[in-house]
Design a protein around this ligand. Sequence first.
Ligand SMILES: NC(=O)c1ccc[n+]([C@@H]2O[C@H](COP(=O)([O-])OP(=O)(O)OC[C@H]3O[C@@H](n4cnc5c(N)ncnc54)[C@H](O)[C@@H]3O)[C@@H](O)[C@H]2O)c1
Length: 252
Amino acid sequence: MKLAGQAAIVAGGASGLGAAAARHLESLGMNVGVIDLDPVEGLSFARADISDFGQVNAAVIALSERHGAPRLVLNTTGTGGSGLCTGPDAMVDSEVFRRVLLVNTLGSFNLVKAAGEVMAQAEPDEDGGRGVIVNTSSIVAMEGQIGTAPYAAAKGGVNAMTLPLAREFARHGIRIVTIAPGIFETPMFSNARGPMVDWLREQVVYPDRPGKAVEFAEMVAHIGCNAMLNGTVIRLDGAFRVPPGRYDWWER
Ligand SMILES: NC(=O)c1ccc[n+]([C@@H]2O[C@H](COP(=O)([O-])OP(=O)(O)OC[C@H]3O[C@@H](n4cnc5c(N)ncnc54)[C@H](O)[C@@H]3O)[C@@H](O)[C@H]2O)c1
């Protein structure tokens, strides 16, 4: 798929990986619209809470009226919610679990559903394709350390819906791909403090550093161009594997 001149939507594009992807896609000639809670300077914007389908649907329709039906839709919204579930140091209860699922998992579904409806009505390209929707999970979905049960479950849900959605959307010529990042230098990661964060940084194999947001953005652009990438979860992690972690990091 050619990216230049096409419309793109980036949910979560006000910060971190999404902001880098939005700028990169724009530099490749795409007309980028951002959905987020916060506006982003210099880019077309529609506000929506990703966990609310009505808001997401309205934002997708507004941006599509402005720029045309999107050919590339990226979701990088997300939220954490970590801690122990039991004992005197328990921090995770069912409300925390619910919030993490609502933003990460239901939010991903909301954007796929809203964008899929608009994309399915668009004219197909010369290959019969109508574009691609890219979700963002995490390698924590595959090897979550102690204290990450809600986040791991939420991102595991994003991974698990990738293939069934790709199978369903094939009849519209729409691909569905998920990127599972390792650790990337963004506000979400860089502002986190404590022994677990130091330990996470030490686990990187090669390159011996967290990923750069632009490296994530380059992967998004490649997925946009490469029609054979469909129905799959791509680890982008520099061979990073997360060991179990420790209980005492969560003691108060
Ligand atoms: N940074 C990492 O190391 C890393 C690693 C693995 C996975 N991830 C995942 O990558 C994605 C992007 O992470 P990031 O580091 O760029 O985070 P970030 O916090 O910098 O950006 C997230 C963006 O999502 C928006 N957002 C959050 N909740 C929202 C909601 N309810 N509705 C609409 N927008 C909302 C925020 O306003 C923000 O602009 C997330 O899904 C995260 O879980 C990040």
